[in-house]
Structures are given as structure tokens and as C-alpha cells.
Design a protein around this ligand. Structure first.
Ligand code: COA
Ligand code: MG
Length: 286
């Protein structure tokens, strides 16, 4: 799976921002036809994204296109406009049912077969960001075609009538529900946007808290946010060194016939080993 520490959006009709995004070394670039594109710019966004996929070299950044949600009336034209130019993945926002993922999966597979691309090579990422979406996570997250679930904090707050606060306590239950559904299905969980993009310190704190909850990455909306988010979702050198020590000492203690042992005055056993292995896996973004 592609590393998605930082997933940068820009309005799909904004050629300038798209060309800028490929210079930033960001993990994923998500050209948006949904809420980032004005209603009278939807057609232009489709054409501009198709052109970008055709003409630009995205380097190691993943190239994603976000379509409008099921029932918007735009979703079919959106997905058909970009698929022939082979994005790495399609992002479907406001997903509320398994069937909505199934709908996209069938269209994508038809394109893969038509163009002779390997089946399943175009990935699906979904936004779960409404009350219904959170309630139906169990079924939705089990869809075999999925790579990642993106939690949209602003949409979710609007969906339940919550007031957004800086520490986002009103989103905690839903954020954790997304992380759990992802962990159970081996998917990536991607956290909320920090919309106050000039406040780098708030972004750092929110990113670190997201990483602590178990998210592997975060949505961003501005070039300023790339490095802070990438750093927060990459385990620190200290954490990596400690994880390596756990892996090494665990093996030795197993050989001695001890399931639990002490390291620096702390008890280490199987769950700590598993967590250490996750840290090491995250330390090497692809
Ligand atoms: N992707 C790529 N480049 C971006 C960018 C983005 N999301 N946001 C800003 N930039 C570029 C600008 O074009 C500008 O480039 P330049 O220096 O070459 O002229 C530079 O970064 C600085 O931008 P700045 O002037 O600070 O921002 P702004 O006031 O023009 O725009 C926003 C602020 C929030 C409107 C803008 O960042 C944006 O549209 N973000 C994406 C919003 C979005 O897609 N929302 C939907 C998904 S949640
Ligand atoms: Mg949204």
C-alpha cells in the first residue's frame, strides 16, 4: 500500500495548484471534484484533472481524484472523466453503504479490463464522514477493494450538529470508530483536516494526537502543512530505536522461556512486541 502520511487536496479546476503540488514531495495528491470545486466548475475540474493525469509527472506522489458523492448526480460523469487517464486511486466522499463502494468497484474493474490494466491496480479510498457512514462502518470497511478510510471532521460535525472545537473532543468517538474499522480490515485510517492552515503549532498537536489514536496519515489543504504532517506520522528516531530494542530483547526472552520480561523497568510482552513491529513498519514509508 502506498504511504499516505499526508494527503493534499486542491480544487480539481486549479491547474496552478495541481502543478505546484507535484513539487512538494507530498505522499498523495488528491485533485478534487467534490466540495473543493465550485458547482459551476465541476465540468472544468473533470477536464483539468484528466489533463493533469495525461500530461504531468507526479514523481513518487500518489495521484488521486475525488469524485462527488453517491446521489449527487455528478458521480458517474466524474469517475468516467478521469478513469481513462489511470489515476492511482479514486476517492469517494461521504460513503454511507457497502453498495456505494461496490458501485465504484464495478466501474473501475470495467475500466481496468477495457484498458488491459491489472485488476485491482486502481485503488479505492473512501470518506466516512456522516452519522450513517459511522453507523455502517462495519459493513463498509469490509469491502475487499478498499485501501483507506478518510475521516472528514467538518462534514461529520455538520452531520450530527456538533460544534467544532480546537481539541476536537466532539469528534473523538467517530475518529476512534474509523481507526478501529481500519485496523480490523487492514486499511489505512486518515485523519481530519486542520482548516486553520496558518497555525502550524495547532497542526502539529492535532497530527501528533491523530498518530497517537492510530491514524497513519492526515488530510491537508495547503503546502505549509506537508512537512509537519509527514513528520508527525513518521515514528521518531527515538521510537524506532526503542522498538528495535523490544524486537531484539523479545526474541532473547522467548528463548529463555519467558513470555514477559523487564526492559528499562517496564514490563514487555506480546502486545508491546506487536506495537513495536507496527512502529518499525511505519518508519519506512514507500
Ligand atoms: N495545493 C497546491 N498548492 C497550493 C494549495 C494546495 N492545496 N494551496 C495553496 N497552494 C499554493 C498557492 O497556489 C500559492 O502558490 P504560489 O506561491 O506559487 O503562488 C502558494 O501555495 C501559497 O498559497 P496561499 O496564498 O498561502 O494560499 P491561498 O490563500 O491562495 O489559498 C486556500 C488558501 C485554503 C484557499 C487553498 O490553500 C486551497 O484552496 N486549499 C485546498 C482546499 C480544498 O481543496 N478543499 C477541499 C478538500 S478539504
Ligand atoms: Mg468533506
Amino acid at each position: 500500500m502506498h504511504s499516505r502520511r499526508a494527503l493534499l487536496y486542491m480544487p480539481g479546476d486549479n491547474w496552478k495548484m495541481i502543478t505546484k503540488s507535484i513539487t512538494l514531495g507530498v505522499d498523495s495528491i488528491c485533485m478534487d471534484m467534490e466540495d473543493g470545486a465550485a458547482v459551476n466548475k465541476k465540468a472544468e475540474a473533470r477536464e483539468t484533472i484528466a489533463k493533469a493525469l495525461r500530461e504531468l509527472d507526479f514523481g513518487t506522489s500518489e495521484k488521486l481524484a475525488r469524485i462527488n458523492s453517491a446521489g449527487s448526480g455528478w458521480e458517474q460523469d466524474d469517475i468516467e472523466a478521469v478513469l481513462p487517464y489511470r489515476p492511482d486511486g479514486i476517492v469517494i466522499p461521504k460513503v454511507e453503504s457497502f453498495e456505494q463502494v461496490e458501485w465504484a468497484g464495478k466501474i473501475i474493474e470495467a475500466a481496468e479490463l477495457k484498458y488491459g490494466w491489472p485488476v485491482n491496480s486502481i485503488r479505492i479510498l473512501i470518506g466516512v464522514e456522516t452519522a450513517k457512514g459511522i453507523l455502517n462502518l462495519k459493513e463498509i470497511a469490509a469491502h475487499p477493494r478498499l485501501d483507506a478510510i478518510i475521516f472528514g471532521g467538518e462534514d461529520f460535525a455538520a452531520s450530527i450538529g456538533a460544534t467544532r472545537t480546537k481539541d476536537a473532543v466532539e469528534l473523538l468517538y467517530a475518529r476512534q470508530a474509523v481507526v478501529i474499522a481500519c485496523a480490523a480490515n487492514d486499511l489505512q485510517a486518515l485523519d481530519i483536516v486542520t482548516i486553520d492552515y496558518k497555525d502550524v503549532e495547532a497542526l502539529r498537536l492535532e497530527s501528533e494526537f491523530g498518530a497517537q489514536l492510530g491514524f497513519v496519515g492526515k488530510q491537508i489543504i495547503h503546502p505549509n502543512q506537508v512537512s509537519v504532517v509527514q513528520e508527525a506520522f513518521t515514528p521518531s528516531e527515538e521510537a524506532v530505536t526503542y522498538a528495535k530494542r523490544i524486537v531484539e530483547t523479545f526474541e532473547a526472552s522467548q528463548k529463555e522461556g519467558k513470555g514477559a520480561y523487564s526492559l528499562d523497568g517496564k514490563m514487555i510482552d506480546m502486545p508491546l512486541l506487536k506495537n513495536a513491529q507496527k512502529v518499525l513498519a511505519r518508519a519506512k514509508p514507500k
